[in-house]
Design a protein around this ligand. Structure first.
Ligand code: ACO
Ligand code: KIV
Length: 516
């Protein structure tokens, strides 16, 4: 049997994924996601853009120091200060990569960079050479390659490979290409660039026309050996290629690919839930691989077929991507050991024994209300426990809502604000509106509610509701999450979580959007 090539999985959830409006993450959240990615055996984790802000620098540094088994990468424009900052952030990495880029398409060069092609080429070479001062592992991207002229693209790529780039990444930055075209672009580049054999060809596709995964796979079939992708397809505008779809296609259609990944696919669901929990970007039920309906069969003919032979309607096994795997059901009779063990199996590491005890006590409270506690419940509960506990200035003590046909809903609550208990009440258009107004009567955050969404974490009427609230104040946007079997309480928790973030000094500022 001929050994297959290794297809490198480069995850950019923490960098390009974070560029989704509203998906900004704190340093600790990035470290948690990075650990889950490492556990899934992702080859390269792009942790951020260190020059972007002090918070992002700290986040890349923290990820670089926490991760041992994956490469950690930092993004840098083709500018000396960006590259130096990335080099500094990655100094503590077991294996660090600098990813530098500059646009090569006519429109980007003329209108955005206002540089001639020769200037762009010289700056690209200079950037790669400078990055090589910090690491042998340098990646170069000609931004908007999908709309660049082929002769110029070949010149730039040949020059950066000569300068020491070991990976050349071909981005379809605006998601403009279609699969045949993008596949043949990769083939042409590999054929025409004289030193192509000295670098790994990578692709980075955006999903503006819904083709990011198809374009990436067409590139792999034409010799690309690294794919840049994100969990749940998160990313700028319509997102990036979804990691889970790329990995499961290559695995399921082994007959079509002469390469394979080294991923532990059973960790996919963990990563998917973690990213959607932290960012508040819910996964649509019909999303491939990780959507709630991805392995559900409703119609009789399908159910009949699956009962007779699963493969009649299933091309993958749900357990291979982490669905239903290890469904040890925890309940109110479970002890600390089972709880701790299950968290470990889910890759959740509590910072201290105190955090574990706090999470365990919430688990017992939940188990009193809910018959079975599933992995999804645990993940929400732990997110709730670890949500900036140290920075929690305002906390829910009690809440009472009244909602009756023909009456205006009202809410009465008690909060602990900077250690002092304060009560407030309000009426509103609904119980959630009344609750938010009652909170505001105490906190006076001066924010505007930008998004409110509720998701059932598991099925059944006793399922926990997971609420995401997005607040904005003076251009700064924060997301808050909360989970509870009572969705009004979950809403209050989410609102307070967002308030706690907005009341903190800016730790992670997204310079253009002001997200934290
Ligand atoms: C396709 C991609 O996803 S690329 C990554 C996109 N991600 C982000 O932009 C998020 C992080 N960005 C940021 O925090 C900020 O934009 C910063 C810190 C990088 C720069 O901030 P500012 O200095 O205020 O510049 P601003 O964002 O207004 O403009 C970008 C500048 O970089 C230049 N530039 C853009 N790309 C590159 C590049 N690859 N190499 C060199 N210069 C570049 C632009 O031409 C512009 O220069 P100008 O100010 O001389 O006109
Ligand atoms: C930096 C590059 C790879 C990028 O994100 C893009 O072109 O979309």
């Amino acid at each position: 049997m001929i050994a297959k090539d290794h297809l490198i999985i480069f995850d950019t959830t923490l960098r390009d994924g974070e560029q989704s409006p509203g998906a900004s993450m704190t340093r600790d959240e990035k470290v948690r996601i990075a650990k889950a990615l490492e556990r899934m055996r992702v080859d390269v984790i792009e942790a951020g853009f260190p020059i972007a802000s002090p918070g992002d620098f700290e986040a890349v540094k923290a990820v670089a120091e926490a991760i041992r088994d994956s490469r950690v990468c930092g993004l840098a424009r083709a500018l000396d200060p960006d590259i130096d900052r990335a080099g500094e952030a990655l100094a503590g990495a077991a294996a660090g990569r600098i990813h530098t880029f500059i646009a090569t398409s006519p429109i980007h060069m003329q209108k955005k960079l206002r540089m001639s092609p020769d200037e762009v080429l010289a700056q690209a070479v200079r950037a790669v050479q400078r990055a090589r001062r910090y690491t042998d592992d340098v990646e170069f991207s000609p931004e908007d390659a999908g709309r660049s002229e082929i002769d110029f693209l070949c010149r730039v790529l040949e020059a950066v490979i000569d300068a020491g780039a070991r990976t050349v990444n071909i981005p379809d930055t605006v998601g403009y290409n279609i699969p045949d075209q993008f596949g043949s672009l990769i083939q042409t580049l590999r054929e025409r660039i004289p030193n192509a054999d000295q670098a790994i060809f990578s692709v980075h596709c955006h999903n503006d026309l819904g083709l990011a995964v198809a374009n990436s796979l067409a590139a792999v079939r034409n010799g690309a050996r690294q794919v840049e992708c994100t969990i749940n397809g998160l990313g700028e505008r319509a997102g990036n290629a979804a990691l889970e779809e790329i990995v499961m296609t290559v695995r399921t259609r082994q007959d079509l690919f002469d390469c394979e990944t080294r991923l532990d696919t059973t960790q996919i669901m963990n990563c998917s839930r973690l990213v959607s929990g932290i960012t508040g970007f819910a996964v649509q039920p019909n999303k491939a691989v990780v959507g709630a309906n991805a392995f559900a069969h409703e119609s009789g003919i399908h159910q009949d077929g699956v009962l007779k032979n699963r493969e009649t309607y299933e091309i993958m096994r749900a357990e291979d991507v982490g669905w239903n795997a290890n469904r040890m059901v925890l309940g109110k009779h479970s002890g600390r050991n089972a709880f701790r063990t299950r968290l470990q199996e889910l890759g959740i590491v509590m910072a201290s024994e105190e955090d574990l005890n706090a999470a365990f006590s919430r688990f017992k409270d939940l188990a009193d209300k809910k018959h079975e506690i599933f992995d999804e419940d645990l993940q929400a509960l732990v997110t709730d426990t670890t949500l900036d506990a140290a920075n929690e200035r305002v906390k829910l003590i009690s809440l009472r809502v009244c909602s009756e046909t023909g009456e205006t809903p009202c809410a009465e609550l008690v909060l602990a604000f900077d250690g002092e208990e304060r009560g407030g009440s309000a009426r509103g258009g609904g119980p959630v509106d009344a609750t938010f107004k009652a909170i505001e009567s105490i906190v006076t955050s001066g924010t505007e509610l930008k998004l409110y969404s509720v998701n059932a974490i598991t099925s059944g009427t006793d399922a926990q509701g997971e609420v995401t609230v997005r607040l904005e104040r003076g251009g700064r946007i924060v997301n808050g999450q909360g989970a509870d079997t009572d969705i009004v309480i979950a809403s209050a928790k989410a609102y307070l979580n967002a308030c706690n973030k907005i009341l903190q000094p800016v730790e992670r500022a997204h310079p253009q959007q002001g997200h934290v």
